[in-house]
Write a protein of this length. Structure first.
Ligand code: ZN
Ligand code: ZN
Length: 305
């Protein structure tokens, strides 16, 4: 008999109620309950070191193991991998603000797990397993745009504490996660590491007019805005090869005029930056054009329009 949680999608409960309903332990992102024969997954966007993300209705969920390479035979990674055969029902919660568990619904594997690189707890790059999960029924929960903005701001703050190398590794990993989730507003979800990294590289100066940032933030950092040369709204990629840091005037100018000379200048800035750093991902840069992991071409100077 299927497990009945009595929860509806979007309902927010606390951790003790979650444990009481499912009969699982109070900790971790993957909690096995023998009494209800369920596996409860918690995608914690506030505290977790993992970069879980939704792409076209599928949650790409990172497995267990906080340091070193993750293993598919390790504890609940194994349970989740075998969930289509072992009769364990899988339920998903997301955490968008501290101690608030938003019930998303019952999920199942919709594709084979795959591997990617993510930083571990000690900021060491390691291999993790990603489980593509889809809802068994219904639509993915659409969180409030303001809430996602708050989460991005939190990550940007954390980004300020990272070294340039650590920040670059996180920003480069965005190659494998272009996409977005439906939010209750029009804007797309952006990768906070990409925007933080291009701002760091700009070193306080606008990539278009070369002038110093007009003011400092409350944290004493030069105020610049991340801009995508190929707009996200026009299917541009949210990766460092398509992103620059602009002063507010130039940013507005790009969205109002978007002239060819300005685009060329920004693309040249990006190329120069990649050249001086030996490309975004070694081996993936071919000539002056780059390709992401899906083989999609990333805008470079000669395919400018
Ligand atoms: Zn400017
Ligand atoms: Zn922009």
């Amino acid at each position: 008999m299927p497990f009945e949680s009595g929860l509806r999608c979007g309902e927010i409960i606390d951790n003790s109620r979650l444990c009481a309903i499912f009969g699982c332990g109070p900790q971790g992102g993957m909690r096995r309950s023998l009494s209800s024969n369920t596996l409860v997954l918690v995608s914690n966007h506030v505290e977790s070191i993992y970069d879980d993300r939704w792409i076209d209705g599928v949650l790409h969920y990172t497995g267990m193991g906080k340091t070193g390479d993750q293993s598919l035979t390790f504890m609940q990674n194994k349970t989740l991998k075998e969930s289509s055969e072992n009769n364990v029902e899988v339920f998903l919660f997301e955490v968008f603000s501290e101690k608030e568990y938003t019930f998303i619904g019952r999920v199942c594997l919709v594709d084979v797990p795959y591997q990617e690189q993510q930083p571990d707890e000690l900021e060491e790059t390691r291999t993790v397993w990603i489980f593509p999960l889809g809802l068994v029924q219904g639509q993915p929960f659409a969180p409030n745009q303001a809430l996602l903005g708050k989460l991005a701001a939190r990550k940007e703050k954390f980004a300020e504490t990272l070294s340039e190398d650590d920040l670059r590794r996180r920003a480069e990993a965005a190659h494998s996660r272009t996409g977005g989730r439906v939010v209750t507003s029009v804007a797309r979800e952006r990768d906070p590491w990409v925007s933080a990294y291009v701002k760091r590289l700009a070193n306080g100066r606008c990539d278009l007019c070369d002038q110093a940032a007009p003011f400092e933030t409350k944290n004493g950092l030069p105020y610049l805005e991340a801009h995508h040369v190929e707009w996200l709204a026009r299917d541009g990629l949210d990766v460092i090869e398509n992103c620059v840091a602009l002063c507010p005037n130039c940013h507005r100018k790009m969205h109002v005029l978007d002239t060819k000379p300005d685009r060329r200048k920004l693309q040249a800035v990006i190329l120069r930056r990649l050249d001086s750093r030996g490309g975004a991902t070694p081996g993936e840069s071919r000539g002056t054009a780059s390709f992401n992991r899906d083989g999609r071409r990333i805008p470079a100077i000669e395919n400018a329009n």
